[in-house]
Design a protein around this ligand. Structure first.
Ligand SMILES: *Cc1c(COP(=O)(O)O)cnc(C)c1O
Length: 359
């Protein structure tokens, strides 16, 4: 068996310790005599798994008691419509468009109400996070939506926007648990698990109690937060196995010193890689320095032939999935929590050698 260093943007690398534990518990989880995949979601055994996943996530993120944690299906994409369906009261919301996912979220919301795009960096291919013009904010908006980390373009918000009494809604799909966040500042946080938290198939929603219960009448039962909040994510069959793996990841983070320790390691990883890029005469980072992502590092070589050569040689050397998104080109190294500092050191070593050989 040979595992590669997997720099995929998602589904992404998982902690090896978590995979080994899941392997150990595959046939008999917690003396239940069965795999989690074979358990009734109404069983004591699964209820225990769900309760522990929720408690551990609450502990490592510092989620206050007046927030519900929901484990839903349909990916982050489904949240692009669940958010407006559930949160529109006056039918007006503010969005900031900082990348492809933020744009998609804003377009989806337009089906249900009025979307005010307060700023966008699309005209410069999303290489930075634009300022939020205070005079563009609607003080009576039902919510303000932003994407914390722009997975495709390698940028991130380094601060929490100030929106007064307008609730903040945030897509944290590619950055949840990567750095400490004051959850009490938010009305709603959502994140697909498959980037930094677990396998595909589950989306985590952290929602403040007073945000629940305002869905439009036509809202499908399955797309109403109240349905899932009232039933502790057990209204219908939840993605049991994905929830179980997320739970193992939360425990792994807890045992390693929590999100604070993750943030420290993520900063060290990003500093190493960006430090190399900044001093390289061959490689070049594509995101503006002030807004650089800790999770997705985007960079290019001087021409397309070299980009292709780099990706192919890296793949052959066991450094996998470094090809950038087609809208940016070049390369993208996704260095989520489960990618070790050692892994990033190997990538930088490889880049150094490539630079020497291709000058
Ligand atoms: C990947 C991603 C999405 C889409 O997630 P799905 O689970 O595939 O629907 C949305 N937002 C961000 C920031 C992402 O990185």
């Amino acid at each position: 068996m040979q595992r590669v260093l997997n720099f995929s943007p998602g589904p992404a690398t998982l902690p090896e310790e978590v995979l080994i534990r899941a392997q150990k518990e595959m046939l008999d989880c917690n003396n239940s005599g069965m795999s989690v995949m074979e358990m009734s979601h109404r069983s004591k055994a699964f209820e225990g798994i769900l309760a522990k996943a929720q408690a551990d996530l609450r502990a490592i993120m510092g989620i206050p008691d007046n927030y519900k944690i929901l484990f839903l299906q349909g990916g982050a994409w489904t949240q692009f419509s669940m958010v407006p369906l559930n949160l529109f009261k006056t039918g007006k919301a503010d969005y900031i468009v900082t990348g492809e996912w933020a744009k998609k979220a804003s377009i989806e919301a337009k089906k249900y109400g009025e979307v005010n795009v307060v700023a966008s960096s699309e005209s410069s291919n999303f290489t930075f996070i634009p300022e939020i013009p205070k005079d563009k904010l609607n003080p009576n908006a039902d919510y303000f939506h932003y994407t914390h980390n722009n997975t495709i373009f390698g940028t991130r918000f380094t601060y929490i926007p100030e929106t007064g009494k307008v609730p903040l809604v945030c897509d944290m799909s590619s950055s949840i648990l990567s750095e400490e966040v004051d959850v009490s500042r938010f009305g709603l946080i959502y994140a697909g698990a498959q980037k930094n938290m677990g396998p595909a198939g589950v989306t985590v929603i952290i929602i403040r109690d007073d945000m629940i219960g305002y869905a439009k009448d036509i809202t499908p039962t399955m797309l109403n937060y109240k349905t899932h909040a009232d039933n502790n994510s057990l209204f219908n069959t939840p993605p049991c196995y994905s929830i179980y793996i997320c739970g193992l990841v939360y425990e792994w983070i807890k045992n390693r010193g929590g999100v604070k320790a993750m943030e420290k390691e993520n900063n060290a990883k990003a500093d190493l890689l960006y430090g190399f890029l900044d001093n390289s005469s061959l490689f070049k980072g594509t995101a503006q320095k002030k807004d650089r992502s800790l999770m997705n590092v985007t960079f290019v070589l001087p021409n397309e032939d070299l980009n292709k050569k780099f990706v192919a040689e890296a793949e052959a050397a066991g450094l996998s999935n470094l090809k950038g998104h087609r809208s940016v080109g070049g390369m993208r190294a996704s260095i989520y929590n489960a990618m070790t500092l050692k892994g990033v050191e190997k990538l930088v070593d490889f880049m150094q050698k490539f630079e020497k050989n291709n000058k």
